[in-house]
Design a protein around this ligand. Structure first.
Ligand code: ADP
Length: 613
């Protein structure tokens, strides 16, 4: 099936089956090599992509942790300023804190901060007075909460900016929360800024999507100086300046500056000691990211905390493109195309070479035929002359038997010359060198005269020849070749007729054509052989063909010559029913001088439609 399909593609000519197998095998080899090469190539690209993606994630996590560290470390400057500010004042009012917040331009410089606050240590006895003061300052429902046992508590006194979420935190004693308490105590004892592990913010109490935050505490002592011992620090603690931030907001700010961050990534920040994690970036948790996800982590320390930043990402989108399916589709497509192209090129090439070889063989054959027939003609004609001289008595009288033998030799030589002539004509046609030169001619006269030439031959078989024509039919044709055609038809009719029969030559006309038909009552031709009789060198077996001999060229030549004139030779026949061969010529011929060619007539010289005189 494949072969017939390909034959359709490349035309009717087929390759030899050995060539076909080699071409198919070679094309398959190209296909297989293509698949392997593409797979290796795609695999190399996949690996390279993976490597690039790994180092990109590494770079990402290192940049992020560096920036995070810088940013968190940088915040301390603001808390130091707050401490200095508080130390200068006996008491701090709501207004003071607002002024501090405004003067420091905190909102502009630290846009990601949720708030900057002041925590004051309040002795239990002063709770009411403290709350009263705050309420007088405008925070109507200010209460210290939750109230726990102990000599003092550390409620949030002020928190800027004044937003509804920050309002919720006012009065809250952060020391009542374990995680916050650790950082507050550390800060108090060390005199340094200490950050909490990720916590749920009071600001997010009623939020539907709370995000973890961290707090940074900076201790403030009575007298404005850092007490020497831990005991003194605990004793003299006045309060804390502190800030609240959500680490995710810090990263969100950087995300705009880091184009390599994409939505498929997931970034977390976790406190190593508390093992609590805060999601900084990305929607999905790492567990839900595909199994080929890659995580790169980096650690840094700031404000007494050790943090780990982990960046998790999918394998790069490029390597997904070159994944197994990508490799398969790409490799197969490229290889199929390569296989087909190879097949096409090889077949075209082989067919081209074959064609030129065939043309070469044909040319050599034609040349040989032309040469051989030419060289045979001269000696054959010589023999004819000598036989003629013998039978005319030039060499003395011949006995009856000698005369009979010379006559037979003469006839045989005649047939030989006839065949050589036919070969010569065919080779001339093949070489495109047979020139027809039409003139006005009387077809009736030509046909009947041609018939007369066969009277003797016909008489030998007791065949009666008759030529029937109502009038002279004038056509525009080359008399030399029209005679050849008619003679061939009459000769065949005599050859393939049984003794004591009739051969009739008839001339007729229609509106456009004149025809010469030669009818016999001889052996006839089977239906399936009819068209073969016009093929070159094709002889059809019949009861008389062996006795009569021939070259199988006569009808081929007759048809080519007739067609060169714009006419044709056709036949109607039946086995043992006789045959009628008809030469048809156009009445109004448009053929001028032209070379007979196996293809349609090749014109030379004059313009189509004009007759040469
Ligand atoms: P040749 O006669 O030399 O064999 P032709 O080309 O003239 O070659 O004829 C081709 C074949 O056609 C002959 O071999 C013969 O079988 C068949 N043929 C030609 N003319 C006749 C005819 N009048 N009756 C029967 N068969 C014919």
């Amino acid at each position: 099936m494949a072969r017939s399909f390909l034959r359709e593609v490349f035309g009717r000519r087929a390759l030899r089956s050995s060539d076909y197998t080699s071409v198919v095998l070679f094309s398959l080899l190209v296909f297989v090599v293509g698949i392997i090469a593409t797979s290796l190539f795609a695999q190399a690209i996949t690996q390279q992509n993976l490597k690039d993606y790994n180092s990109m994630l590494e770079q990402e996590s290192s940049t992020l942790s560096q920036r995070m560290e810088d940013r968190l470390a940088h915040n301390i400057s603001m808390l130091v300023a707050a401490q200095t500010y508080v130390n200068q004042k006996e008491t701090i009012t709501d207004r003071d804190w607002e002024v501090f917040y405004g003067n420091m331009r905190i909102r502009e410089r630290f846009p990601y901060l949720v708030g900057v606050g002041y925590v004051e240590r309040v002795a239990r006895d002063n709770f009411s007075a403290f709350e009263e003061t705050r309420r007088r300052e405008g925070t109507d429902n200010y209460t210290i909460h939750p109230v726990v046992d102990g000599a003092s508590q550390t409620p949030i006194k002020y928190l800027q900016p004044r937003s509804s979420e920050n309002e919720k935190a006012l009065g809250y004693d952060m020391h009542t929360d374990a995680v916050r308490a650790i950082a507050m105590d550390d800060a108090r004892d060390s005199g340094d800024a200490v950050m909490t592990a990720p916590v749920d913010l009071v600001q997010d109490k009623d939020s539907s999507s709370p995000r973890k935050g961290v707090l940074l505490y900076y201790p403030i002592y009575m007298g404005g100086r850092l007490p020497a011992t831990i005991a003194e620090r605990r004793e003299q603690l006045r309060g804390f300046a502190y800030l609240v931030l959500r680490p995710g907001d810090v990263v969100a700010q950087y995300a705009k500056e880091l184009p390599s961050l994409d939505d498929s990534m997931h970034i977390t920040m976790s406190d190593e000691a508390f093992e609590s994690e805060v999601q900084l970036y990305g929607g999905k948790a790492p567990a839900h990211i595909s199994k080929d996800a890659i995580t790169k982590a980096e650690t840094f320390s700031v404000h007494n905390r050790r943090w780990k930043i982990a960046v998790t990402g999918h394998d790069s989108p490029l390597s997904r493109l070159y994944g197994p399916l990508g490799i398969f589709i790409m490799g197969t497509t490229v290889s199929i195309v390569a296989g087909f192209v190879t097949y096409y090129l090889l077949v075209s090439r082989i067919l081209k070479v074959e064609k030129s070889l065939q043309a070469e063989v044909q040319r050599t054959k034609d040349e040989l035929l032309a040469l051989a027939s030419h060289q045979l003609r001269t000696p054959a004609s010589g023999v004819k002359q000598y036989l003629g001289m013998l039978s005319s008595g030039m060499a003395g009288g011949l006995s009856e038997m000698q005369t009979e033998l010379v006559r037979k030799a003469y006839d045989t030589n005649e047939r030989q010359i006839e065949i050589i002539n036919e070969l010569l004509y065919v080779s001339k046609i093949d070489a495109g060198q047979l020139l027809i030169e039409p003139t006005r001619m009387d077809l009736t006269k030509t046909a009947c005269r041609a018939m007369d030439n066969f009277q003797e031959q016909a008489a030998a078989k007791d065949i009666t020849l008759t030529c029937k024509a109502r009038k002279p039919y004038i056509v525009h044709a080359d008399d030399r070749y029209v005679v050849m055609v008619i003679e061939n038809l009459i000769s065949n009719a005599v050859k393939y007729s049984y003794p004591s029969s009739k051969v009739t030559v008839r001339l007729k006309e229609t509106a456009t054509n004149v025809s010469v038909s030669v009818t016999d009552t001889g052996v006839g031709i089977a239906k399936h052989d009819i068209e073969r009789v016009f093929d070159k060198f094709d002889r059809v077996e019949n009861p008389l063909s062996h006795a009569e001999g021939g070259s199988g060229l006569g009808l081929f030549l007759a048809r080519q010559l007739a067609r060169a004139h714009g006419g044709d030779v056709t036949v109607t026949s039946g086995v043992e029913k006789g045959s009628t061969f008809t030469l048809t010529l156009p009445k109004e011929s448009t053929i001028d001088r032209a070379y007979v060619n196996l293809k349609p007539v090749k014109k030379i010289g004059t313009i189509v439609g004009r007759r040469s005189k």
